[in-house]
Design a binder for this molecule. Structure first.
Ligand SMILES: *[C@@H]1O[C@H](CO)[C@@H](O)[C@H](O)[C@H]1NC(C)=O
Length: 190
């Protein structure tokens, strides 16, 4: 019994030591992370990405599909709706403009009082210096607001350790179908 208690005490002490070390130095202070941080210039301005996002819900080949309907279809807030997207991102506002990537993820009606989506997506870049890198975005998007801001919570490739934010502005919206073109400005530290 006493032996068991001693073992527990030892285990507890070891666990607290580990937690304390993590709190003091943080898990990001591995050699790899430190090397990466040292190579990045802390004074460097954030990388600015600018593109247009095309969300097509209508027609024969939509890029965004509703997989769950709102709880109350008459409410107008779309609470409970889930839409999965694989939306093209282009350089200019025209759908035929040069492709720069895809926005892959979903938006869901998450607000009972107004039109407010939870939007989570990977911005998958397919051209330019960041071709092959991705940014992970997770935030609140109220599509009827002029400027919506969503956090960039991470990234891959050139965007490892990314932190930042995206601003979305509706460029064009068809109220009949819900199809929209949205201008994005994304600012990232990485
Ligand atoms: C992006 O990278 C892929 C894979 O390396 C390559 O096949 C493709 O041609 C590149 N696209 C552009 C526009 O550079």
């Amino acid at each position: 019994m006493a032996k068991g208690a001693m073992m527990l005490l030892v285990l507890f002490t070891v666990l607290s030591a580990v937690t304390e070390a993590q709190l003091q130095h943080g898990p990001g202070h591995s050699t790899l992370a430190r090397r990466h941080r040292q190579s990045a210039d802390p004074e460097a301005p954030p990388t600015h990405l600018h593109f247009y996002f095309h969300d097509t819900v209508s027609g024969a080949s939509p890029s965004a599909v509703r997989v769950a309907g709102p709880a109350d279809p008459s409410s107008g807030t779309f609470f409970g709706m889930v839409t999965v997207m694989d939306d093209p991102l282009t350089e200019g506002p025209e759908p035929g403009s040069a492709a720069v990537g895809r926005a892959q993820g979903l938006y869901m009606g998450a607000d009972q009082a107004e039109l407010g989506f939870l939007q989570t997506m990977n911005l998958v870049l397919t051209s330019g210096p960041y071709n092959g890198s991705t940014l992970a975005v997770l935030g609140r998007n109220c599509p009827l607001t002029d400027v919506r801001e969503m956090p960039v919570v991470g990234g891959t490739g050139a965007f490892r350790f990314a932190r930042g934010y995206a601003q979305a502005r509706t460029h064009w919206l068809d109220f009949m179908t819900g199809d929209a073109t949205v201008e994005y400005d994304v600012y990232v530290m990485h």
